[in-house]
Design a binder for this molecule. Structure first.
Ligand SMILES: [Zn+2]
Length: 505
């Protein structure tokens, strides 16, 4: 075999399918992709909305819920507990019509099959403003995180307590505005750090304590701009460099940006792995074009996943997952093709929101289904015969091998992760749940001047140009750590931090 060069159907750019890729697609018995890797990722990510939450009702109970699905979508949305109770009839299509296209028929089912109101691993305590989380207690606006307590505005936070505005943070406490850190305590405005305490503005430090504006230090204390000070000198600096004043803090952030841009970013970490390409890869073998992954084997184009084998084009989560091609939000699965949000399932194709299913094709919102097509069960023999005929038909009209068309997504593009990484040139401003007619206030410079009334007021984000509010416990946190109240909204703060998160496109 020789490398094939194809023209992407979306961007018209050339992309390569090498020997190894061809062998993989042949083994999986699927056609070669018609989109370049980046456009395939973009299409998958447009089916994943992590952070945009909306107030709506559960279409089963009529109760008000906080969901990642907007209230105006034409799909029935049930609270995740209601969905799992299966206290309702799952709709199905009576037969397969070979005179109509597969996607046309699937869309008929897509519009009527009930979905869960958000992604949740369950066991949430007092954390309804969350998504893609598990085992979180007293958390607010926390996403793709597990086992956290009293955290707010975090993404990829695991085993953390009392952290706010952090991304990629593990096993840490009392941290604020940190990215890619672990085992830290009371650290602010820092990235790429491990095992640091009581410090502000650190980058790439290990075991550093009581320090400010430092880069690449290991096991140091009382350092300032990488200079060793005495304890008394350092404490004097702390008094001068006040992070409790917004005016001073803004100035410090600028100095830090200026000073730190001289240093190389610690990126392209590939640790304890062999024959891998990408960024942030750990304990893996033969993983190519991968990013933020652990325990991968024989994979390509995999992002934000753990424990995945023999798969191509995959975004989150993995966890003992094998043989998946072009899938998003999958865990504990085996042999899935072109699926979205399926858990604990095997041998699925073109399935969405399916749990505990086996040998299903074109099923939506199905639980514990077996030998089902369009949610209707068949005998084992009928199932395989029909699937063969459907696939043959789909190959002829070019549908087989393509992920769901983007119009199928339950989320508008601007609500999805696709927009985080590949923003639309002119994304429309979201209608905010805050009344825009309310007056916009000025935030006091010092945290000590912030009164209890701040939370009842509305502020304007200078970056997003949208009004936002503060939560009481958020203000309590800023007071506790002695840092000025931020001027930007959560969303603007998140997007700024995201620039420090590794991404391969
Ligand atoms: Zn393309």
């Amino acid at each position: 075999m020789t490398t094939i060069t194809k023209k992407c159907r979306v961007c018209s750019g050339d992309f390569q399918i090498d020997d190894q890729d061809q062998a993989y697609y042949e083994k999986r018995n699927v056609p070669l992709p018609t989109l370049c890797p980046k456009d395939r990722l973009k299409r998958r990510l447009s089916f994943r909305n992590e952070r945009k939450l909306h107030k709506r009702i559960s279409d089963l109970s009529g109760e008000t819920i906080i969901s990642n699905v907007r209230p105006d979508v034409p799909y029935p949305v049930y609270h995740v507990d209601e969905w799992h109770s299966q206290d309702f009839e799952t709709p199905y299509l009576e037969s397969y019509d070979f005179d109509r296209s597969f996607f046309d028929q699937l869309y008929d089912l897509w519009k009527i099959a009930p979905r869960m109101h958000k992604a949740s691993a369950g066991n949430e305590e007092n954390s309804e403003y969350s998504n893609h989380c598990g085992f979180c207690r007293n958390c607010y606006f926390i996403f793709n995180s597990e086992d956290d307590e009293d955290c707010m505005y975090c993404r990829f936070a695991d085993k953390c307590t009392d952290c706010v505005d952090c991304t990629n943070i593990l096993h840490s406490e009392l941290c604020y505005e940190c990215v890619n850190v672990k085992n830290c305590y009371n650290v602010k405005f820092s990235d790429d750090c491990d095992n640091c305490t009581d410090s502000i503005f650190l980058r790439n430090c290990r075991g550093v304590k009581n320090s400010m504006f430092c880069y690449g230090l290991e096991r140091k204390e009382y350092c300032f701009f990488n200079q060793q000070l005495t304890r008394e000198e350092y404490e004097q600096k702390l008094k001068e460099y006040r992070v409790d004043s917004n005016g001073v803090l803004e100035h410090l952030k600028k100095s830090w940006d200026e000073w730190s841009k001289e240093w190389p970013r610690i990126r392209h970490i590939i640790l304890n792995s062999e024959n891998c390409t990408g960024d942030s890869i750990y304990n893996s073998r033969n993983a190519f074009d991968a990013c933020n992954v652990t325990e991968l084997q024989d994979c390509r184009y995999i992002l934000n996943s753990r424990d995945v084998k023999d798969s191509y084009d995959f975004y989150a989560y993995g966890m003992e997952t094998e043989l998946c091609v072009d899938c998003v939000t999958i865990a504990h699965c085996y042999d899935l093709k072109y699926c979205n949000y399926c858990m604990r399932s095997s041998f699925l194709q073109y399935c969405d929101n399916c749990w505990g299913c086996e040998n299903c094709f074109g099923c939506i919102g199905l639980k514990d289904g077996k030998f089902c097509i369009f949610n209707k069960p068949y005998s084992e023999q009928e199932y395989f015969e029909l699937v063969d005929r459907i696939v043959e038909c789909m190959r002829e009209n070019g549908e087989y091998g393509e992920f769901f068309p983007q119009k199928f997504s339950m989320f508008p593009y601007e609500d999805t992760l696709a927009n985080d990484y590949f923003p639309l040139a002119s994304s429309s401003v979201l209608a905010d749940e805050i009344g825009v007619g309310e007056s916009v206030e000025i935030i006091p410079d010092l945290i000590s001047e912030v009164g209890a009334d701040l939370e009842s007021k509305v502020y304007m984000c200078p970056v997003q140009g949208r009004p936002f509010r503060f939560q009481k416990r958020e203000l309590d946190f800023y007071k506790k750590i002695g840092v000025a109240v931020p001027r930007m909204s959560f969303e603007a703060r998140y997007l700024k931090r995201n620039e420090l998160v590794p991404f391969i496109y």
